[in-house]
Design a protein around this ligand. Sequence first.
Ligand SMILES: [Zn+2]
Length: 245
Amino acid sequence: MKIIKNFSPNYDRKKRSVNSIKIIVFHYTGMQSERESIKRLCNPSSKVSSHYLINRNGKIIRMVQDAYVAWHAGKSCWRKHKNLNKNSIGIELVNKGHQFGYTSFKKKQISSLITLCKKLIKRYRINKKNVVGHSDIAPLRKIDPGEKFPWKYLAKNKIGIWYDHKPNFLRKYRRIKILTNKDKKRFIENLNKIGYCFSAKNKSLFFKTIKAFQRHFRKELINGILDQECFKIAQNLTKKIQKTP
Ligand SMILES: [Zn+2]
């Protein structure tokens, strides 16, 4: 795997311990061009960066060394971790994003991503359940890497988690309401177990967390409304997570 260097000055100068690296966070660049994105990620006044950037042709650029904290996650939460910069590796994928014309990620881009992730997962022993998108950890502010991100394909390659249910089985439960409060409560508990940080008390966080969950696991309908399809997916994921150490 060839990695090109184009270092960004936007990182904490203090080295972190290898053991603190526990999470991988995916982003899209969300800008008009690759050049513009790199410029921003390397501009000291932007105060943003990531460890890696992968362009549309699959070229991998290293911007911050893994041993340093890059500034990509912002205010965020996953499982027991808060403000994930210190615990994570950030990977940016070049894509114009929802604002400038969101397109599918390129095959070459995803194949480089898989190679890179396999290496990182092995090196830092990153748990499957800690491979997330920016929207998963900051649902109030972020929607990247978005619903076109190939989560299922990545999971087939042992990167991240996915559920066992067949799409035809699940479809029948789409838009079917959850009837009991007990199930609603269980859904929230399951999402917390998967890693999402939220409670039902904060209404807008609740709505946006369900959207983030859908963007990741049920991209066909992202409406922020809990239905039985979402319920079944969350239940299956929770079961799988409990089996993984
Ligand atoms: Zn992001």
